[in-house]
Design a binder for this molecule. Structure first.
Ligand code: G3P
Length: 217
């Protein structure tokens, strides 16, 4: 399973990139606004830090504008992945961009039917938003299960990118279902390390080691 990080905070990205756990980055207009940075500049800097796909979302909603913006974004770096909304114009752009060799992430997916349309449009990634589905009282992980099962019946190239992840259970469930990617907020990625018995066990080992009076180097 690949781990992307869902942030435009360059300091966080640099810090987590050194862990060797990052396979890519996703951003969206809200995350860019939160960063307070110039969109194109920050995408360029992220692309230089993480070699995997870096999703940069278009702001246009009609096909011509999406294609114009995508042309600009694609020039930033080879690992830019164009993020388009799951709309008729977004999917039309997805098909053309993908046929032209671009990576495309189709975002704002909330149903299996939408995921099917994205796969048929040759998307590189489909981004179902599990947390936002949970937020309205539905079952976000059931959506992932449905999409994974559906895609397994065909030879779509589209990878399931679990987005709007709220905690470790979303990540574990997604991995058990065979989702290709999860994009994690930095705090969720860090939380995957945590277990009280690890902390307790390490403290005991260190205490006992000190008691031996030995050093390794
Ligand atoms: O980037 C798309 C998605 O991960 C957004 O998550 O937490 O705003 O629902 P969230």
């Amino acid at each position: 399973m690949k781990f992307f990080i869902d942030t435009a905070d360059l300091a966080e990205i640099k810090s987590l990139a050194s862990s060797g756990l990052l396979d890519g980055v996703t951003t969206n207009p809200s995350l860019i606004a939160k960063s307070g940075r110039d969109f194109k500049e920050v995408i360029k800097e992220i692309c230089a830090v993480v070699p995997g796909p870096v999703s940069a979302e278009v702001a246009g909603t009609d096909y011509d504008q999406i294609m114009k913006e995508a042309a600009v974004l694609r020039k930033i770096a080879d690992n830019v992945c164009i993020k388009v909304p799951l709309t008729p114009d977004g999917l039309r752009a997805c098909r053309h961009l993908s046929d032209d060799g671009a990576m495309v992430n189709v975002t704002l997916c909330f149903s299996a039917a939408q995921a099917l349309l994205a796969a048929k449009s040759n998307a590189s990634f489909i981004s179902p938003f599990v947390g936002r589905v949970d937020d309205i009282g539905w079952d976000g992980m059931q959506l992932i299960a449905d999409i994974v099962e559906m895609y397994q019946n065909y030879s779509f190239k589209t990878e399931v990118l679990v987005a709007s992840v709220r905690g470790p259970l979303h990540v574990i469930e997604a991995a058990k279902m065979g989702a290709h990617v999860a994009t994690l907020p930095p705090a969720v990625l860090r939380s995957l390390f945590n277990h009280p018995l690890t902390e307790k066990g390490l403290a005991q080992f260190l205490k006992d080691w000190q008691g031996t009076g030995q050093t390794i180097v």
